[in-house]
Structure formats: structure tokens, C-alpha cells
Design a protein around this ligand. Structure first.
Ligand code: ADP
Length: 489
């Protein structure tokens, strides 16, 4: 199959979260299974600054933006077995951030990603006929709609199928009605049945309605989004497409996240020889100005996260006093809402020497924390998949997670009586429930035999992409063998 992945972020070129990791790895896993995979993303400033030098592939491709004609250039490079294309339009993408600053989103995001969607469609005849367009999140959600309304008759588009993957229901791409004209969205679609959402245009709705199938990044989240609690206002629409909704859990790229080969960490270690992990712990403690004390043997709890309420960081802030009383040290790497950036700066100041916070996005430090921590905390209010709990299992770092979405699917609560399970789970989104789970983990940490069993249970889990890639392959095949396309609204 020829499969084109469309994403607003792709590791290692541009990343703010898990979407980048997924689109950075899944195409290669599918290419290894014999498919022709390509990826397309905007040519951001960070691509150039990251030392990547794509070459000009096609110049001056033309698209309509409202009544205006605009052009863009298409660049490309080869990474492994995958062709990566970049939409170059400096006016929109040559900025310091992908979506906005900590103070807020860029005001022209509708146009930036509307333009991206149109550019992808204009690029397809140049890149070559595709069988599957795999769109991801609201930034590429308009593509199935544009194809349906404007391109279905063209030979490049009449037989291809579209899959829309939701990585997070909460980010839907909501904009004022005035953006419709410049995005060439017909006025008649501004109704609650189609693209209107409480007086605004909703990009994600177009992806849900006009794609051949919708998927999300774990089975658990796939069920949750059909409910009012997790559907973010779109659960009703999703239920109308229930038979076309699939849940496929993300995998891990073990060529990047593997303590036996990881170049970012202080010492390499593996399942058979965990000794190096102690060096990694010392290294992280030093990085955060926390004293290493082998006699006290305090477990180190780590966290790497976007600082957003979704991630339950308010619970962490609330429970910090009590958590430190459990005899742990704590480090956090995070960046996001200014309110939480400041709260964690404040906590780090208050608990200097026991707790550290780095308010930044830092990939190398993320690897160090995965390796150096004994436990990894993910208290999310909701979690479509979550990647760090799977990275943690590989790094012999025990995940302590809230039992939601992909976290619930991938972490099994440890039961010392039968020595089963790979981490600790809690149900309620409260600081007390979180503390009770950390307390259980600390209790087991003190029993070295049990702790060792727990670590090895985690190390034996295999979340490599090969399994998930096979599931995507089955889904693409299913779509290609089908006639119908979308809901037909
Ligand atoms: P989400 O996509 O909702 O942010 P995921 O758990 O799916 O959450 O993926 C987050 C990814 O981003 C992980 O690879 C994680 O290590 C990384 N990450 C998050 N915050 C930071 C940060 N401040 N610095 C470095 N990496 C980060």
C-alpha cells in the first residue's frame, strides 16, 4: 500500500508531545512490512534549526485561499525507508513555536493549518498516487472534507481512503465563523449537524464526519470518547460513527527508548544487568541539585509532562508536601501553561534539595529522567494513550498511573501476593488517591525481592510498534476493500 501520513508534528523534526513520536515511528514500522510510506508536515523553523536540510522537491505549487491564489514550495528528504515532505511557507511556519507561546495560541492557526490541509492535497499529485491518507488530529482534519467536496472526481483521489486518528479529543481546532471564507468552507455546512460547534467552526468534526474511518490511540480511550465524560462535546457525533471507530494502542520505538543503547544517559543497562541504573539516578539527582544518599535509599519519583490540567499536575502540586513526607525525592521536567510553570518553579524553590523542577522542553533530560527514576508518575485526568508509562517499563522505572485510557490498558496493578503486575494504579482524580498509590509503591520499594519481581515484570512487556503496525495494516486493508466513504453528509 501507498500510505501518506499527515501530521503537524513528527519526531525528530518537530515535537511537542506523543503525536510526534507516533508519526515519527509508525511509518517506518509499516515500511518494514513492505508498504510505501511518506510523511508530510509543515517546514517549521525548528526543522532548519535542528540541522535537517531537506532539498527542494517542487517549487511554486498553487492553492486557493478564499479567492486568493497562494503558492508554497515542497521540500523533501529520505529518513530510513520513508520519504518526508515539508510544506514551506515561511509566513505561517517560520516561528518560534509550533502552535503558540505559553501565553496563548497563534491567532492565525485556522489559516496556518487550513493552508497546510490544502497544501497536502496540492502536493499529492506531485508525490504520487496514494491508497491511504492517514490524517492526525485537528490540524489535518479538514483534508477528508476538502477531498469529498472538491476533489473526489480527480483520479488521484477517487479511490483513496482516509483514516482520521484522534490523539486527543480536547484539542479540536475551534475558530470563529469568519475563517470559513478564507478556508473555502461552504456556508451551508455551518450547522450543528456538520461543522458548527456552539457558534464556532470545529475542524475535528470535519475529520470525524468525512473520513472513511476514525481511530484513536488505545482501545480504552476508543470506548471512553463515546461517553459524555470524555467525548468533549463530540461523543454524540462519535456514537453515530461507532461502527467505524477503532482503538489501536501506540507502540514504542525501542531504537530510541532503550537503556541498553541510549546515548543520553549516564550509563547503559539492560534487563540482564541493571547496575547502570544507579549511575543514572546519581546523574539525575545531581542535575536537579538533590543529594544522593545511599544509606537513606530514597526512591526517586520522576515526571515528564506537558504542564496542562489534563495531566493531573494540579493533583501533584496539591499533594507535594505529603508526597515528600513519604520519604521520596521528586523531579519534574515540564513546560506548558504559565500558571503551572510558575507553581512548579515555586515548589522547586521551596523544597530545594528534595525536589527539582525544570520548566523546559528537553529531550536529552527526558531520557535521563526515565533512566534515573525509580518510579514514574502519570496522574492524568484522561490519557488517550500515554507513552511515558511504556518507556518507563523498558527503563525499569515503575509507572504509577491513574487508571484511564491507554494508561489503564498498558499498566497492570502489582499484586504482591501473586507477584503479578507491572506498576501501580489509582482510580479517583484526587491528591489522596495519588498519594495512596505512591505510598503503596514506596512500601514495595523497601522490599527488594518484591521490587525486583515488579521491575522484571515490567521489563518483560513488549510494546514495540510491530504489533500496532499490523493492526493499522489490517484496518487500511479493510477500508480499501470497502466501497462507502464517510457518512455522506
Ligand atoms: P502528550 O502527547 O499528551 O503530551 P504522551 O505521553 O502521549 O503525552 O507523549 C508525550 C511525549 O512528549 C513523550 O515522549 C514525553 O517524553 C515527551 N515530553 C513531554 N514533555 C516534555 C518535556 N518538557 N521535555 C521533553 N520531552 C517531553
Amino acid at each position: 500500500m501507498k500510505i501518506l501520513f499527515i501530521s503537524s508534528e513528527v519526531y525528530p523534526f518537530a515535537k511537542t508531545g506523543g503525536l510526534a513520536d507516533v508519526v515519527g515511528t509508525l511509518p517506518e514500522a509499516l515500511a518494514k512490512r513492505g508498504h510505501r510510506c511518506s510523511i508530510i508536515l509543515p517546514f517549521y523553523k525548528c526543522v532548519r534549526e535542528g540541522g535537517f536540510s531537506p532539498e527542494l522537491f517542487k517549487k511554486d505549487l498553487l492553492i486557493e485561499v478564499g479567492r486568493r491564489k497562494e503558492t508554497f514550495d515542497l521540500y523533501s528528504l529520505r529518513r530510513g525507508n520513508v520519504d518526508v515532505y515539508f510544506v514551506e511557507k515561511d509566513e505561517y511556519y517560520k516561528r518560534d513555536h509550533l502552535y503558540g507561546t505559553p501565553q496563548g495560541d497563534y491567532a492565525d492557526n485556522a489559516l496556518r493549518f487550513g493552508f497546510f490541509a490544502k497544501a497536502v492535497i496540492a502536493a499529492i499529485p506531485r508525490i504520487g498516487q496514494q491508497d491511504i491518507l492517514h490524517c492526525n488530529d485537528w490540524q489535518s482534519a479538514l483534508i477528508p472534507f476538502y477531498i469529498r467536496f472538491f476533489h473526489k472526481a480527480a483520479p488521484e483521489f477517487n479511490s483513496l481512503k482516509t483514516l482520521f486518528t484522534i490523539h486527543n479529543m480536547a484539542y479540536q481546532g475551534l475558530f470563529g465563523r469568519e475563517v470559513m471564507a478564507s478556508l473555502n468552507i461552504p456556508k451551508k455546512l455551518f450547522t450543528p449537524e456538520v461543522l458548527e460547534f456552539y457558534g464556532r467552526v470545529n475542524f475535528m468534526k470535519s475529520g470525524i464526519i468525512y473520513s472513511d474511518a476514525v481511530s484513536t490511540v488505545s482501545e480504552g480511550y476508543g470506548r471512553e470518547i463515546l461517553t459524555q465524560e470524555f467525548g468533549c462535546g463530540l461523543d454524540g457525533l462519535l456514537r453515530t460513527r461507532e461502527k467505524d471507530i477503532y482503538g489501536i494502542v501506540n507502540g514504542v520505538d525501542y531504537s530510541i527508548w532503550n537503556p541498553a543503547t541510549d546515548k543520553f544517559i549516564a550509563a547503559r543497562y539492560s534487563e540482564k544487568a541493571l547496575g547502570g541504573k544507579r549511575e543514572c539516578k546519581k546523574d539525575v539527582l545531581k542535575e536537579f541539585g538533590i543529594k544522593y544518599n545511599p544509606d537513606a535509599d530514597r526512591p526517586l519519583v520522576g515526571m515528564i509532562t506537558r504542564l496542562a490540567e489534563q495531566k493531573g499536575i494540579d493533583l501533584v502540586a496539591e499533594g507535594m508536601d505529603e508526597m515528600l513526607k513519604l520519604g521520596i525525592d521528586f523531579v519534574l521536567l515540564g513546560f506548558g501553561d504559565e500558571k503551572y510553570n510558575n507553581i512548579f518553579r515555586g515548589l522547586a524553590e521551596r523544597y530545594k534539595g528534595r525536589m527539582g523542577a525544570r520548566i523546559a522542553f528537553n529531550n536529552a533530560l527526558a531520557h535521563k529522567i526515565e533512566a534515573g527514576s525509580d518510579m514514574f508518575l502519570i496522574p492524568s485526568r484522561y490519557e488517550p494513550c500515554g507513552l511515558n508509562q511504556m518507556y518507563s517499563l523498558k527503563y525499569a522505572t515503575v509507572p504509577v498511573v491513574r487508571a484511564v485510557g491507554g494508561l489503564d490498558d498498558t499498566v497492570e496493578d502489582f499484586d504482591p501476593s501473586v507477584k503479578k503486575g507491572n506498576g501501580f494504579k489509582f482510580k479517583d482524580a484526587t491528591a489522596d488517591a495519588l498519594l495512596a498509590a505512591v505510598k503503596r509503591a514506596v512500601g514495595i520499594y523497601k522490599d527488594k525481592e518484591q521490587w525486583n519481581t515488579l521491575l522484571h515484570n515490567g521489563l518483560s512487556c513488549d510494546y514495540s510498534w510491530a504489533f500496532s503496525a499490523e493492526k493499522y495494516e489490517d484496518l487500511y486493508n479493510k477500508l480499501l476493500s470497502r466501497q462507502a466513504c464517510g457518512l455522506g453528509i
